[in-house]
Design a protein around this ligand. Structure first.
Ligand SMILES: O=C(O)CCC(=O)C(=O)O
Ligand SMILES: [Fe+2]
Length: 318
């Protein structure tokens, strides 16, 4: 067997001077169970209840509230959003690779995982709210190229209770991720097969970016506050930055820095440098590679590693 358990940075892949010294790579945090994966594949979304404690919610809200209070452009009766939030506060930087959700997106994007966008949204009564749309490219949607694998997955942290419609809730059309045309595109129409997401605070939701969605008007006195983190493969252009501040990148852990994919040489997005591998060790085997797939001379950063669904299919065929 050619696989080796890597527990320290081998000489061929030195830790860069930008990262804190790390003797051990991390094993990928937990991701989808087979049942959750089946639901997500079919429905295009997944709700993970009770993922945030009241203390964690309060911690995120405190940063949002601090930032909007300091923002001269913030108006209490208008929609407000801020992007690239991970770079704006260390509490948000923790979210880049937070173990409560990063394993799910790692299942889809594996060793090329990238943070596509990080945002917080504040939706008061009467604020602007989105028309029906899928996320990502419009003229040729991602889904045309990649019918089965989403090129973008949104992770929503709901920080305020959304017990009923009319509270600025996101509204999705389950199972619509393979649909390229929709008569109600760019309207606020309510449609028969929609799901108005009514969830308590502390819920985390995953959504395939190709799912059609809109936003309910907020007719309540609750100001909807939430965080969105979207992930994609490294070669998709990020939505909220081209590169990050190199000084800020130095404050991150190795995995966080990699997931930002702040490369100055554009082709690195497709072929990241050797030092960025492994991002994570295999969740089950603890290995940095899939055993038996390549002769020994092939370097780690040039090896394909299987995604969760490929490993599951391989297991089934055994
Ligand atoms: O705020 C929401 O619930 C969804 C917003 C949205 O669809 C977007 O930003 O693309
Ligand atoms: Fe959207």
């Amino acid at each position: 067997m050619s696989a080796t358990m890597i527990t320290s940075n081998p000489a061929s892949t030195p830790a860069t001077t930008n990262t804190p010294a790390s003797d051990t790579y991390r094993q990928a945090p937990p991701g989808f169970t087979p049942e959750q994966r089946e639901f997500f594949e079919r429905e295009g979304y997944l709700i993970l209840p009770q993922r945030l404690t009241d203390e964690e919610i309060a911690r995120y809200l405190e940063v949002i509230d601090r930032q909007i209070t300091a923002e001269p452009k913030f108006k209490p009766d208008a929609f407000f959003s801020r992007e690239n939030i991970v770079e704006r506060d260390p509490v948000f930087a923790e979210l880049i690779d937070h173990p409560r959700h990063v394993g799910y997106v790692y299942d889809f994007y594996g060793e090329l995982l990238k943070l596509h966008v990080s945002q917080f949204f504040v939706r008061p009564r009467g604020g602007q709210h989105n028309l029906w749309h899928p996320d990502g490219a419009r003229a040729v949607p991602y889904q045309v190229f990649s019918p089965d694998m989403p090129c973008q997955i949104k992770v929503a942290y709901w920080l305020t209770d959304l017990p009923e419609p009319g509270m600025g809730n996101i509204v999705i059309r389950p199972r619509s991720q393979r649909q390229q045309y929709f008569a109600h595109y760019d309207t606020h129409d309510s449609v028969e097969d929609e799901l108005i997401v009514c969830v308590p605070r502390g819920t985390v939701m995953l959504m395939n970016g190709s799912v059609w969605h809109r936003v309910e008007p907020n007719e309540s006195d609750v100001v909807r506050k939430n965080i969105f983190l979207a992930y994609c493969p490294s070669w998709v252009v990020a939505a909220d930055r081209l590169q990050n501040d190199p000084e800020w990148l130095k404050t991150l852990t190795r995995e966080q820095r990699i997931i930002m994919r702040s490369y100055s040489y554009a082709y690195d997005h497709t072929k990241p440098p050797a030092s960025d591998f492994p991002l994570f060790l295999d969740r089950d085997t603890g290995l940095d590679r899939d055993p038996g797939m390549y002769p020994d001379h092939v370097a780690l950063h040039r090896r394909k590693r299987m995604l969760a669904h490929e490993k599951a299919a391989q297991k089934e065929n055994q």
